[in-house]
Design a protein around this ligand. Structure first.
Ligand SMILES: Cc1cc2nc3c(=O)[nH]c(=O)nc-3n(C[C@H](O)[C@H](O)[C@H](O)COP(=O)(O)OP(=O)(O)OC[C@H]3O[C@@H](n4cnc5c(N)ncnc54)[C@H](O)[C@@H]3O)c2cc1C
Length: 369
């Protein structure tokens, strides 16, 4: 989100300094692992859809300006138990906003995509315009574009604290002290340390991801295999991203669960993915998509930053004139990267945005709201 804001501000001709404590595109936060699902039929809330529709042009422009392929659109297959909220709410979002999608029975879904094994009473839907993006590539591209337009992006420099004064903000880092007219804080899982006055509890979570070697590789490649998200009754969701010709190692179908992360401290040494965690993911995948789950190739951990209602926080810092915050992306924020840069640039430059983000404001957590 910070990379996107730097790029957008630099495009507007602003003087920009981005500060990253590790390297751009590192694998210690929330934006690594080679792929992120992008979709517009949004079961989490239809209010997100207008923002997602704004992202389409942003992805195209990022690919054009960087000369790199960042997005694949093999479609997303959603399936779940009878009356699945994920399927029903995704269909509702699609219908409300005129997004192409089809309702399928489990049998129809398995006819279209014979790789899958669903109980016959399951329901399904397919969103053909959805797919996945390459997160590290997107972040590196955004920073490179920002730099090419004159922005400074400092790596290996840590923000220690910041304070406001009448005309702007002073930021103290591990290397220096800077003053600026405006500050955007997008520290992901580390946000609680930098934004104590936010007034909402952000909970970082450790999430495990597995890459699986397919039994039949050609059945597990995009676009023959779509992205899939399965809403298993009474337990966490499970999703998979197919292989593709521009994939960087680890090579395999990427599979993870959504909704069973474990609370963690981002400053502590993170427990690497254990064999039993990875084997558990493989077994879940094998029961629904047997052709993708021959053996575990690799594993990784990643961080979610949960808000109490699992919706993002995009707002001014309470009581502040010069500080904007974007955090608590609750495991579903990456697909908003292009529009988030525009929103944050608007808020930093003009104090407000015309993009519809009111529902992501901090006011919803206030007892007086
Ligand atoms: C396993 C997994 C799967 C996911 N799948 C999807 C998906 O399919 N689709 C989707 O849309 N979203 C998905 N998400 C969520 C999405 O990736 C995140 O919401 C999004 O990437 C968050 O971006 P961010 O900029 O807030 O955090 P980050 O990318 O972590 O960025 C925060 C940055 O701030 C830096 N930083 C922190 N503190 C300081 C400091 N003091 N000084 C300087 N720099 C600092 C960090 O080093 C980091 O680089 C997934 C997340 C995970 C973990």
């Amino acid at each position: 989100m910070g990379a996107s804001a730097c790029m957008e501000l630099a495009r507007r001709g602003k003087r920009v300094l981005g500060i990253e404590r590790f390297r751009v595109g590192h694998d210690g936060g929330s934006t690594h692992g080679g792929s992120r699902i992008i979709r517009d039929c949004y079961f989490e809330h239809p209010n997100y859809v207008p923002l997602l529709l704004e992202c389409r042009e942003g992805w195209d422009r990022l690919e054009h300006d960087s000369g790199r392929r960042i997005v694949h659109r093999p479609g997303v297959l959603y399936a779940g138990g009878p009356g699945s909220e994920v399927v029903e709410k995704s269909l509702e979002s699609g219908a409300t906003h005129g997004i192409r999608c089809e309702r399928w029975s489990a049998t129809e879904a398995m006819k279209h995509f014979p790789q899958f094994r669903f109980p016959t009473d399951w329901c399904a839907m397919f969103e053909p315009g959805a797919g996945f993006a390459r997160p590290e590539r997107a972040v590196r591209a955004a920073c490179a574009i920002a730099r090419s337009l004159g922005a400074d992006v400092h790596e290996g420099e840590r923000v220690l604290r910041w304070e406001e004064f009448s005309g702007g903000v002073r930021v103290v880092t591990s290397q220096s002290t800077y003053e600026a007219g405006s500050l955007i804080l997008t520290a992901g899982a580390w946000m609680p340390a930098l934004a104590q006055s936010l007034g909402v509890a952000l909970q970082p979570q450790r999430v495990v991801v597995a890459w699986l070697q397919p039994v039949v590789k050609s059945s597990c490649e995009s676009p023959r295999m779509p992205v899939w998200y399965l809403d298993r009754p009474g337990t966490s969701g499970v999703y998979g991203v197919p292989m593709a010709d521009d994939q960087e190692p680890p090579l395999g179908v990427k599979v993870s669960t959504h909704g069973d992360g474990t609370p963690c401290d981002p400053e502590a040494v993170r427990v690497t993915a254990t064999e039993s965690e990875l084997e558990n993911i493989r077994k879940i995948a094998a029961s629904f998509v047997p052709c993708c789950a021959e053996r575990v190739v690799a594993g990784a951990t990643c961080l979610y930053t949960m808000t109490p209602d699992q919706h993002f926080v995009v707002d001014r810092m309470p009581g502040s004139k010069h500080v904007t915050v974007a955090c608590g992306f609750s495991g579903h924020g990456f697909k908003f990267m292009p529009v988030m840069g525009r929103i944050l640039a608007d808020m930093a430059c003009d104090g407000r945005t015309t993009l519809p983000v009111g529902f992501l404001g901090l006011g919803r957590f206030s007892t007086h709201a």
